[in-house]
Design a protein around this ligand. Structure first.
Ligand code: CP
Length: 309
């Protein structure tokens, strides 16, 4: 197989196992390319991509832009805070106006779950969802899976823990879909208030005991407490959260084995993850960021349906 089954990457839920494997395999080749002295290929020189960020981002926005530059695409960057959205223009009008300037592909981050899906039913250009509210963040899950595979090989039957604020996390949902499709065992661990009811239906285990979960897993993907999406108090204080659900060196030292620590960023240091773990040899957080460029190159290359680099 050399083509994706869909013209969009809206979520991992709708990708096939073959799609995921193809993206991860293609990313291996792009990682080799971006580590060469000349990091660029001419593959997408006839393609124009618009990066539409309606919500803040550091890693994802820069990673997509760099991936597009490495592929020689023409790019335009749109930030809603300085756009006519502020004058009341709708999402569809904004996107249709941009597409009328002969743009081929849209990369979009939006605060509304379903925003990328909504557009995919109304426009012809390829769409990559760069995060839609609390719904999905597919390229983050793909780069997470890629980074795990680099460290522990095939993810089939591997034990992966996703820790923390599952309720508000698009990274959690995309990771669950991706890891289950790749055959991993997944345990979610956090306070009961931050784990959605009935989530076991997705084929995951749920635990509220961090020490047991850390002892069980091969990899712990620690999630950010998303204070900006929380209108209610889900736990008494950040101090108490760190005490019961913060991953720190003391906890890792008690384990009878070494585990890999991941975090999608940005980190609340001292809350869900202590600095002595985030910056330790257990952590592959910056490798995740590096791999994100190769994975996003693979996604955009495959969507553009080119036959060779
Ligand atoms: N991981 C992630 O999505 O980070 P940003 O919000 O900085 O893009």
């Amino acid at each position: 197989m050399s083509q994706l089954s869909s013209k969009h990457v809206i979520g991992i839920e709708h990708l096939t196992v073959d799609d995921i494997q193809l993206i991860l395999k293609t990313a291996v080749q792009f990682k080799e390319i971006i580590n060469r002295p000349i990091k660029k290929v001419p593959t997408l020189r006839d393609i124009t991509i618009a990066n539409l960020f309606f919500e803040n981002s550091t890693r994802t926005r820069i990673s997509f832009e760099l991936a597009q530059k490495r592929l020689s695409a023409d790019i335009i960057n749109f930030s809603s805070s300085s756009s006519s959205v502020k004058k009341g223009e709708t999402l569809l009008d904004t996107v249709n106006n941009i597409l009328s300037m002969k743009v081929d592909m849209i990369v979009m981050r939006h605060a509304s779950p379903g925003a990328a899906h909504y557009l995919s039913e109304r426009i012809d250009a390829n769409i990559v969802n760069a995060g839609d509210g609390t719904h999905e963040h597919p390229t983050q899950a793909l780069l997470d899976a890629y980074s795990m595979q680099e460290k522990i090989g095939d993810l089939k039957n591997k034990k992966i823990a996703i820790l923390g604020d599952i309720m508000h996390s698009r990274v959690a949902l995309s990771n669950i879909f991706c890891l289950k499709k790749l055959g991993a065992e997944v345990t979610l661990c956090g306070p009961a208030t931050l784990i959605p009811k009935h989530i076991e239906r997705l084929g995951v285990n749920v635990s509220h005991n961090l020490d047991e979960t850390l002892q069980w897993c091969d990899v712990a993907n620690v999630l950010r407490i998303q204070l900006e999406r929380q209108n209610t108090k889900y736990f008494p204080s950040l101090r108490e959260y760190a005490l019961y659900f913060g991953v720190n060196k003391q906890r890792l030292d008690k384990l009878s084995k070494e585990i890999i620590i991941m975090h999608p960023g940005p980190i609340n240091r001292g809350v869900e993850l202590s600095s002595d773990v985030a910056d330790s040899e257990h952590s592959i957080i910056l490798e995740q960021v590096e791999n994100g460029v190769a994975v996003r190159m693979a996604v955009m290359y495959l969507l553009a349906n080119k036959q060779q680099f």
